[in-house]
Design a protein around this ligand. Structure first.
Ligand code: MN
Length: 130
């Protein structure tokens, strides 16, 4: 297992696609369908990386990222946005909320796997940074 990754995405097609891509990289994949579930799973399961949709029912991806990055239990976990829109303003808001990188759809296999490798370097043993 190359690491544990949480996917927060309300669209089932995108969620399954991300899961399939990450399985190619031998990652364990946790899935959440909204921001609240994503925050709960991040606290409980301590993933090494989170892919975060921005447009979510209830708590949106930017607000969920702000919560994760203000919580000592989860603030160390990298959060990468996968947005439907390439809005510069949305990217600014996401990064201001503490987000680590901002990707836009359509979901690209190589970009997702390269991003996972980039953020999980040194995490493959299963340990996590304090
Ligand atoms: Mn969405």
């Amino acid at each position: 297992m190359a690491g544990r990754i949480l996917v927060v995405e309300d669209n089932e097609v995108n969620r399954v696609l991300l899961e399939d891509i990450l399985a190619l990289g031998d990652y364990e994949v946790l899935k959440a369908v909204d921001g609240e579930e994503g925050i709960r799973l991040a606290r409980e399961r301590q993933p090494h990386l989170i892919f975060m949709d921005i447009q979510l029912p209830g708590l949106d991806g930017i607000s969920a990222t702000r919560v994760l990055k203000s919580d000592p239990m989860t603030r160390h976990i990298p959060v990468v946005a996968i947005s439907s829109y390439a809005y510069e303003r949305e990217k600014e808001l996401f990064l201001a909320a503490g987000g680590d990188a901002y990707l836009t759809k359509p979901i690209d296999v190589d970009v997702i796997l390269q991003t996972a490798v980039r953020f999980l370097k040194g995490e493959a043993s299963g340990g996590r940074k304090a």
